[in-house]
Design a protein around this ligand. Structure first.
Ligand code: PLP
Length: 690
């Protein structure tokens, strides 16, 4: 039977999340469910989406800025249908494709300064990788300078230029010779350039994470500084280009900026086909492709695919036909001014900033006491949580799709299509106003939503070494992967980040050996048991040795987690073993200390207290482990006891999980071990050893 995509779509409709849970990214499915974004979209036209139940949504994300033309624009669609109709010869490879030549010609006419050569890519990040290679090869220097909060993609090279720790964590080591400076800081740039090793400075003319605007003249002066010091000025216009900000390139807002490399992608193909383009100078090209031998020294199989090129040409023509660049400026102004007008009415709004259709709404601590209490409470739970209070009701109550603008910032970003009409703009502004009105009532249902999310976040960070703790927060992977990664600070229970850092440093030599995290856990277990046993029988000499080794366990406690992370040896069995060893050490320590102390004058109740405390710690461990197992399977926590739902259990167990680790660490390692040691040494000094 012939393949029929329409039948397939209709037959499988609604199974999206089931499939993704099984095959693609269950964590992301979970995030979407948690924040109520778990809809199955079946249709998209212009600025709208429809789900399988027929509900209509206003899309203010536009596929992360891919759909400048709106979804499924009829002109681009027709161009692609026509292109397919002629069975054109695409990807012949040993040829000079016509369409890429035409598209390169069209692109060059739209760039404000003279850039000579166009290299086509399949994505934004591939364009950034290209720019890194071109800059290094043409200048014969190695260093690339990038900005704090920069986002240039997530492949290895562009990740090395990412100015946000949350994206980088776990992927070290990075490409060498990449140095970060503050955005908008010309002095810092000059200091770096003076070192004489800089190949290029890469910058987003409007930073996507946080929608940070350049200070007037910054881009122009930065480009001039680079020129003076022999470094390339690389403009990453992947998000801000293609008319989005009301100019073809966002850097045109800053007067006469003269970039050496411009990178485009996202909406270049009208959202139909992956595509990107790197525009550069002839002399740079000549260095890279310097001989016949090197004619394809940088290339990729799908680079100039016919569909992508046809869509690109149709997109540029459609932009002209509908005057979309001017429209971007007008839509942005209407949105920005509408939002700014609300700023005086809502004390939670701190700033509204925009450049064309890149709009950032920043929230800040309110003045009134009640609201401030809510603000502080939410931020204490998770520094990434607050903006969800805006995006969630926008989606659930108004069917408006928006995104959080970055990690640890209270900013939401609007990246709408450039084809919104006045009704759409009103739809968004009315929805936003309604959400803000509800947010400004504390306590109130809007804050309850945050509290519910907070409980989940607290629970997720309750356990060390658990998969959830690795990803730290339920909010970490937002639709844009642009939210909330509560730094590992959530992991900084007793022992603190200094212990974490030392552990990481100490563990490096073990990474390529056969030592596993379980070996370290065993060592911790044995030293703990030895010290407790020696103390119990009053042998302070061996208590001192056991205690000394056990001090090291403060770091081992961190180190086995670190080793697991660095070597990828994390496993459920290892996790369980870790928990069990925590329980055993804690129980034995209590018993040991109890018996040891009762050898003095404390009487029979001391060991009894030890046993009771130890068992209660063990009970907490057990509850938490059960909770984790159930939540990993997506099951409700404790059935359906009336008025006591899974959320309540999570809320109680979250802090308990945290508390039990604290107790275990206090007694078993960071704090308890030195005390244990000091006590034993004191006893030895007073010749009480047997
Ligand atoms: C400024 C900027 N550069 C690079 C990229 C990476 O593009 P891609 O996701 O196509 O690799 C993005 C993506 O959001 C971006 O916004």
């Amino acid at each position: 039977m012939q393949f029929n995509i329409k039948e397939l779509l209709a037959g499988a409709q609604g199974t999206n999340f089931e499939l993704h849970d099984k095959h693609i990214n269950p964590q992301f499915s979970k995030v979407l469910r948690t924040i109520g974004f778990d809809h199955c979209y079946t249709r998209g036209v212009g600025p709208y989406l429809w789900d399988d139940k027929g509900n209509k949504y206003l899309d203010m994300i536009a596929g992360y800025g891919v759909f400048n033309l709106g979804r499924n624009h009829p002109s681009v669609k027709q161009a692609l249908i026509d292109f397919m109709d002629v069975d054109y010869a695409s990807l012949v490879q040993m040829e000079a494709p016509l369409l890429s030549g035409l598209l390169a010609e069209e692109l060059k006419t739209r760039i404000p300064n003279e850039l000579d050569i166009v290299y086509f890519t399949n994505s934004g990040t591939e364009g950034v990788e290209t720019a890194i290679k071109f800059a290094r090869c043409s200048t014969r220097r190695s260093t690339i300078i990038y900005c704090k909060k920069a986002f240039h993609g997530l492949s290895n090279g562009s990740l090395a230029l990412n100015g946000d720790e949350s994206f980088r964590k776990g992927f070290e080591p990075f490409l060498p010779d990449c140095r970060m400076i503050a955005f908008n800081d010309l002095n810092a740039l000059e200091d770096e350039l003076m070192k004489g090793d800089v190949a290029g400075f890469i910058v987003e003319p409007v930073q996507g994470k946080g929608v940070n605007l350049p200070a007037p003249g910054y881009l122009r002066d930065a480009a001039a500084l680079c020129r003076r010091h022999g470094a390339l000025f690389i403009a990453d216009e992947i998000q801000s280009g293609m008319g989005r900000t009301g100019r073809f390139l966002a850097l045109e807002h800053d007067g006469d900026v003269d970039p050496d490399i411009v990178i485009l992608s996202k909406s270049l193909s009208g959202g139909y086909v992956p595509v990107g383009a790197v525009l550069t100078r002839r002399w740079i090209y000549d260095h890279v492709f310097s001989s016949l031998d090197r004619a394809v020294v940088h290339s990729s199989t799908f680079g100039q695919g016919g569909m992508a090129m046809a869509a690109g040409l149709a997109t540029l023509s459609t932009m002209d036909e509908f005057d979309l660049i001017a429209r971007a400026e007008r839509i942005g102004r209407q949105l920005g001014e509408g939002l700014q007008a609300m700023q005086s009415r809502f004390e939670l709004i701190k700033d509204v900033r925009w450049r064309g259709c890149m709009v950032g709404i920043e929230f800040g601590p309110p003045r009134s006491l009640g609201l401030r209490t809510g603000w502080e409470m939410v931020h204490a739970m998770d520094s990434n949580l607050f903006p969800q209070a805006i995006t969630m009701p926008l989606m659930q109550e108004h069917r408006v799709l928006t995104q959080v603008a970055g990690h640890h910032i209270d900013v939401i970003k609007l990246l709408p299509t450039l084809v919104m009409n006045d009704d759409d703009i009103r739809w968004f502004l009315n929805a936003f106003e309604d959400v803000m009105q509800k947010m400004e009532k504390f306590p109130g249902p809007a804050w309850d939503v945050l509290s519910r999310l907070g409980k989940i976040a607290v629970t997720n960070r309750g356990r060390k070494h658990s998969p959830q703790t690795q990803s730290a927060s339920i909010m970490q992977t937002q639709p844009d992967f642009e939210t909330a990664a509560p730094e590992q600070k959530v992991n900084s229970k007793a022992g603190g980040t200094w212990a974490h850092r030392i552990a990481r440093w100490a563990i490096r030599p073990l990474v390529n050996t056969s030592v596993t995290p379980n070996h370290l856990t065993t060592l911790r277990l044995l030293t703990g048991v030895a010290a407790a046993g020696a103390f119990a029988v009053g042998d302070y000499f061996w208590t001192a040795w056991g205690g000394l080794l056990f001090v090291v366990s403060a770091f081992l406690d961190r180190a086995d987690g670190e080793l697991a992370r660095l070597t990828g040896q994390m496993s459920t069995t290892g996790h369980r073993y870790d928990l069990v060893s925590d329980v055993v050490v804690t129980v034995l320590l209590f018993i040991g200390i109890g018996i040891g102390l009762s050898n003095g004058a404390l009487g029979w109740w001391a060991p009894l207290m030890g046993i009771i405390s130890g068992l209660s710690v063990a009970a907490i461990f057990w509850v938490v482990t059960r909770m984790e197992q159930k939540s990993a399977k997506g099951e409700p926590a404790f059935g359906s006891v009336k008025g006591f739902d899974a959320d309540d259990v999570l809320f109680i167990v979250g802090p308990m999980a945290w508390l039990d680790d604290l107790i275990a660490l206090l007694l078993a390692s960071s704090f308890g071990a030195p005390l244990f040691l000091i006590f034993a040494l004191y006893q030895l000094k007073h010749k009480k050893a047997v």
